[in-house]
Design a protein around this ligand. Structure first.
Ligand SMILES: Cc1ncc(COP(=O)(O)O)c(C=O)c1O
Length: 411
């Protein structure tokens, strides 16, 4: 079965704004589905009061927030008490660095990568330095930017406390095999694992228990929804971490790692993304009693096939272009290549190519995308960085053709 792309595109009003514009900067933030906008609008028009009181709009507001919380927990196959909805992933990891790092002591070790966005790197490094903890870096291959599991083995020790890595880099685009990596880590050490999935979740909402991670974070404004950060912390380790809530809220699972006051309407709006996924599933597979996380797997099969078809011609073109250094995998054959495609132009600056593409109404950008360490370690100027073309499942073949034409003339 194929993804019904016309149906999909009809769920995103913004796609109709300018039919000649091609949005290829989705990894920076996606369009919001109509279902999420409807929930937000309803909340703001009818229930915009302090939630969780007994009076009518307040009770309805609380119910709308709880619906989002419970629904997302079901989608991720976790308990609601394991999910915090916070302001953003950077803020969530910042808070987690306090919660996790408070108990670190000299002699402990952590592993971070140079593939990650800084949100899953700097906070842990800073806390480790403060606590006298040894930082080991799992390094990417210097030509492709890919992480190789073999080079992780020698870094794992008895005193490794945490390993932090990305499910999919926002620049390299190749999906790291998280379940296999977690298995290896757990078989060789007692370390916990935290994943940044900000660049992965727009392509697949995974079953977190199957992945086996201890912590997991992604941002809903890149998954067709409001500007919120989803944070999973496994129930088995929560007791080992220090609560970051006001003292009288300590022990409240929704607040332990979410000290900011919740953004009520935005949280309620997160349920709208699930409404969209439910409708997408219903449209393709009919009525179903399946649980949400199983529906996500069905949807993923449709999306991965469609996204591979979008990425393949772009990868083919860039891979064979003499004036281009393409990062990450050069093909989609293994179903592990998100259509987040970054390249370094070899004969002109990334900025100049990005501007030429923008002049052709391609919404793309150049830069380091906060993967500053990665861009530097791959030998590029982090101020100029790479050109990044990032598509999602609502992108279509016409848009890919337009990008190919614009690339051909820009390069
Ligand atoms: C891979 C990755 N991780 C983390 C972040 C930070 O997310 P947020 O903007 O929600 O703080 C981003 C944002 O671009 C990202 O792309």
């Amino acid at each position: 079965m194929k993804l019904d792309i016309d149906y999909v595109r009809a769920q995103f009003d913004q796609l109709a704004d300018d039919p000649e514009f091609t949005f290829a900067s989705n990894a920076g933030g996606s369009y919001v589905c109509n279902q999420a906008n409807q929930v937000l609008e309803h909340y703001n028009h009818h229930t915009r009061v302090q939630p969780y009181s007994r009076f009518s709009p307040s009770a309805e507001a609380g119910h709308a927030m709880d619906r989002a919380h419970a629904g997302w927990a079901e989608a991720l196959n976790i308990r609601p008490s394991e999910l915090t909805i916070g302001p953003s992933t950077s803020m969530n990891t910042y808070v987690m660095a306090q919660a996790i790092g408070d108990i670190w002591k000299p002699g402990d070790e952590i592993i971070v990568t140079n593939q990650d966005h800084e949100a899953n790197s700097g906070v842990w490094r800073r806390k480790a330095l403060e606590k006298g903890v040894t930082i080991r870096q799992w390094e990417v291959e210097p030509d492709t930017g890919l992480l190789n599991i073999e080079s992780l083995f020698p870094l794992l020790r008895d005193n490794t406390r945490w390993v932090f890595f990305t499910h999919c880099s926002n620049v390299i685009g190749t999906v790291n095999p998280v379940a296999a990596i977690v298995k290896t880590i757990k078989s060789r050490s007692n370390a916990c694992v935290f994943n940044d999935a900000v660049a992965y979740a727009p392509h697949h909402i995974p079953d977190l228990k199957a992945l086996g991670v201890d912590g997991y974070a992604f941002s809903l404004y890149k998954v067709f929804g409001p500007h919120q950060g989803m944070l999973y912390v496994n129930k088995d380790i929560r007791g080992d971490l220090t609560s970051q809530a006001h003292y009288f809220n300590s022990g409240n699972p929704a607040k332990d790692f979410g000290p900011a006051g919740p953004q009520h309407a935005q949280i309620a709006g997160c349920a709208g993304v699930l409404d969209y996924f439910d409708e997408l599933h219903q449209h393709h597979f009919g009525d179903s009693e399946k649980k949400r996380n199983s529906k996500m797997e069905d949807i993923h099969q449709l999306i991965v096939h469609h996204e591979n078809q979008l990425a393949a011609p772009l990868l083919e073109f860039l891979h064979h272009h003499a004036d281009v250094r393409l990062l990450g995998k050069t093909h989609t054959n293994d179903n592990d290549r998100a259509p987040t495609i970054a390249f370094q132009p070899l004969k002109q600056s990334a900025k100049s190519v990005a501007h030429k593409l923008q002049d052709e109404k391609i919404g793309t950008e150049n830069g380091n995308f906060y993967a500053h360490r990665l861009i530097s370690d791959l030998g590029m100027d982090p101020d100029d960085g790479v050109v990044r073309l990032s598509l999602v499942h609502y992108s279509n073949q016409d848009e890919v053709n337009r990008i190919l034409r614009a690339l051909d003339s820009a390069l």
